[in-house]
Structures are given as C-alpha cells and as structure tokens.
Ligand binder design. Structure first.
Ligand SMILES: [Zn+2]
Length: 224
C-alpha cells in the first residue's frame, strides 16, 4: 500500500507521519536567509514552519543537468490542480518527477504566486522598498554555489503560502493558513539541487509581516 494518501489533488490531505530514515542534515534556517543543498534520490527533505505563516520560496534542479528544473506549468497540468498537496509530484520541464510530496500537515501549498523581488516590491509597494531584501536576491545567492544565475530562475514553489484562486480566476496573496510546527515532506526521486529563500517580504501578509526561521531536515531513505 502506498504511504501517500490517495485523496484527489486539492483536497485537504493530511499525513503527519515522520520519515523513518536517519537524519543526515539538520539546521534552522534563519529568517530572510538563503539555502542551497543537494538532496539525493530517496532522501526526504522536511521543512517545518517554526513560527507559522512563513512562506518558503523554493526551486529544484536536476543535479546532473541544471537545464532540467522544476516546472510549475508541467506540475499543474499533470496533476490537473493548481495547489500542491500530499501526493503531488513535482515535475520538471521535461516531465520527469523530481520529487514527491510524501506528506504535509497543511491543506495546500502555492506554486503560482511567484517570488518577491526588489523590482516587484517597488512597483507594488513604493520606491521606499527598493533596498529591502527579496527572494530573488536569495535565489541568486544560493544558486551561485552551483553556477546558477538569473536566467535559471523560473516560476517557483511557495511552501506554506496561501494564494487562493477565486471562481473568476482572480488570485490573491492573503493571510496564511499555516501555523507553528506544520511541515511538508519532499522525497527526491532523482538527485536534485534545492534552492530555498526563507522569504523576507514584509509588505504583504505572506509572512504575517514578521519573517521567522524554518527547520530544514534531510533524512536518509526509509529503511524499508
Ligand atoms: Zn519573498
């Protein structure tokens, strides 16, 4: 039997069971900080929202060839749902399943809201925000460890972020649905490079106007 709930995408699938493999990496990523790490096939990355309502912007690349990377459009089309939920398969621009959401205690996560940048901040919130730190800066910082630059940044995932889409297709970045201690588990199906920006945004509710740390733990493959 699969260890993933089989409810249809978009339903509130909740499966809080912990990975059973040994911990191979564990750190608290401070508020506003970037992170980059290789997750090898079979390992599980658990992200815990320590303070609640903290958007965790995230990108994935195939470690053997970074021109193959996470594709929001391919993922959404394949699962026929705009939300990432327990059981979602994170697909690449070549259709490969890079990772699987093996469990999450949150009803759904976002992959259409994009990443904040200094440019978008000034457009949305005024010129005074020009020097505020933003996710695009974090992605460039983290990506530089693997030779990735601005042309490698594509539409990303926002773990724990609430971007509801209304019946007319209108979307909004609104108050979060996350809470302290909620998590998402991501099992790598191939070796991947993970880039994370612990979102520094303070101009909209995506971080509750108070960016907080998250816990990043990598587990060895389940011993079976
Ligand atoms: Zn951000």
């Amino acid at each position: 039997m699969s260890d993933v709930e089989t409810s249809a995408p978009g339903t509130a699938a909740v499966r809080p069971a912990a990975p059973t493999g040994a911990v191979v990496h564990d750190e608290a990523l401070e508020a506003r900080a970037p992170w980059a790490h290789v997750i090898t096939a079979g390992q599980t990355l658990r992200i815990v929202d320590l303070g609640g309502n903290q958007a965790v912007d995230c990108l994935f690349y195939a470690a053997h060839d970074t021109t193959e990377r996470y594709s929001a459009a391919d993922t959404i089309t394949a699962q026929r749902n705009i939300y990432l939920v327990a059981g979602s398969e994170l697909r690449s621009n070549e259709g490969t399943v890079l990772l699987t959401v093996t469990g999450t205690s949150l009803a759904h996560h976002d992959t259409i809201g994009g990443a904040c940048s200094r440019e978008s901040n000034t457009l949305r919130y005024g010129h005074h925000t020009l020097h505020q730190h933003a996710c695009v800066d974090n992605f460039l910082d983290a990506g530089s460890m693997f030779g990735l630059g601005k042309r490698d940044l594509v539409s990303n995932i926002n773990w724990f972020m609430n971007v509801p889409v209304g019946p007319t297709g209108l979307l909004g970045i609104v108050d979060g649905i996350s809470a302290p201690g909620l998590h998402v588990d991501l099992r790598a199906e191939v070796d991947v490079i993970a880039l994370i920006s612990n979102c520094p945004q303070i101009n909209n509710p995506c971080n509750g106007f108070d960016p907080t740390p998250v816990q990043l733990t990598v587990y060895a493959p389940d011993p079976g």
